[in-house]
Design a protein around this ligand. Structure first.
Ligand code: NAP
Length: 303
């Protein structure tokens, strides 16, 4: 079964190169003719791991190619997921499976609602990768991938292919709890690193602000039916701040480089959920307003 990979960015390339290295059939789907031509010029995707670079001449095609897709890894940003999936929707075979790699919450439901006949698996990844150049990916942080399907606790039969490719993973019967927990960690850390313009470790100087946000986030998780994700949230946030003290958060990096953030699927999603539940979380809402103001002042999209 071919792995179609839509989005040859950091994570898409990291998955594509490892699957191809294991001898599994992989095809990249690139946005348009211009990107396809640039890819052909590059000669393939290059994976840089532990200082060693290796190029893989993985086949690539356009979204409108007419061969059917049985398995798709959707590897774009959360805000691009719907449009990306629309571009290949007519190619999806009945019963096709999609792996949704997007961070945060909200984009998965937007995609799943568009595709009622297909199985959507949600992925939560702690792997880290970036693109030093076009069609090159550097594997910067080893981590783990949790996969799950909120509508069906049965794992798919092909997880052994990930094993073969050396992609660290685990089937998670409660993937939503995992995604909520990650979203809460992100909401407690990332926006503050942007507003204080600091590395994650810099938040150790703002313990009261972090604690207040965690209390509100825990209340939100409880109200949203995610009590497990609320457990000891502040302790884990403090641990992450300490363990990743030297890193800039992904949102900080996006803002610093003038890139669109995934705010609507992180803090925006949390605030919308609070509103839906008529939960008054003043600090979280104030944080959102400050962050939106900050983005607007820099000419960055607020969604
Ligand atoms: P990225 O490097 O920006 O890659 C996204 C890719 O998707 C780009 O190559 C983009 O193409 C492509 N794309 C977008 N729309 C498309 C379309 N309609 N058709 C074809 N290609 C399309 O993003 P990323 O860092 O891999 O992140 C992907 C998701 O994983 C995000 O939700 C992120 O938060 C999450 N995540 C990332 C990491 C990480 O370390 N990078 C870790 C954990 C989670 P162009 O190049 O043509 O723009």
């Amino acid at each position: 079964m071919t792995w179609h990979i839509l989005g040859a960015g950091s994570l898409g390339s990291l998955w594509a190169t490892r699957l191809a290295r294991a001898g599994l059939p992989v095809r990249l789907i690139l946005r348009n003719r211009r990107r396809l031509e640039a890819y052909r010029q590059a000669g393939g995707l290059t994976l840089i791991e532990a200082g060693h670079a290796q190029q893989y001449a993985i086949a690539a095609e356009l979204p409108q190619t007419d061969t059917p897709i049985q398995r798709l890894l959707l590897a774009c940003k959360a805000y691009g997921a719907q449009d990306a999936v629309t571009s290949i929707a007519t190619r999806l075979a009945p019963g096709a499976e999609l792996l949704l790699l997007q961070n945060g919450l909200g984009s998965q439901d937007e995609v799943a609602q568009r595709l009622p006949g297909q199985r959507c698996l949600f992925v939560s990844s702690t792997e880290g990768a970036f693109r030093p150049a076009d069609f090159q990916v550097e594997f910067a942080g080893h981590g783990h991938n949790w996969l799950g399907d909120p509508g069906n606790p049965q794992p798919p039969t092909w997880l052994n292919e990930l094993q073969r490719a050396g992609i660290a993973h685990q089937w998670s019967p409660d993937i939503l709890a995992r995604l909520w927990r990650k979203l809460a960690l992100n909401c407690a850390i990332n926006p503050l690193t942007v507003l204080h313009d600091c590395r994650n470790g810099g938040l150790a100087e703002h313990p009261a602000e972090v604690a207040t946000l965690c209390a509100e986030l825990a209340e939100l998780l409880q109200r949203c039916g995610q009590p497990a994700a609320a457990e000891d949230l502040l302790e884990e946030v403090r641990r992450v701040i300490h363990a990743t003290a030297a890193n800039y958060s992904s949102m900080h990096q996006d803002v610093a480089q003038g890139r669109r953030t995934e705010i609507s699927y992180l803090l925006g999603y949390a605030c919308a959920a609070a509103q839906r539940h008529q939960l008054h979380l003043p600090h979280l809402q104030h944080l959102q307003q400050r962050l939106l103001g900050h983005l607007q002042a820099r000419g960055l999209p607020v969604n």
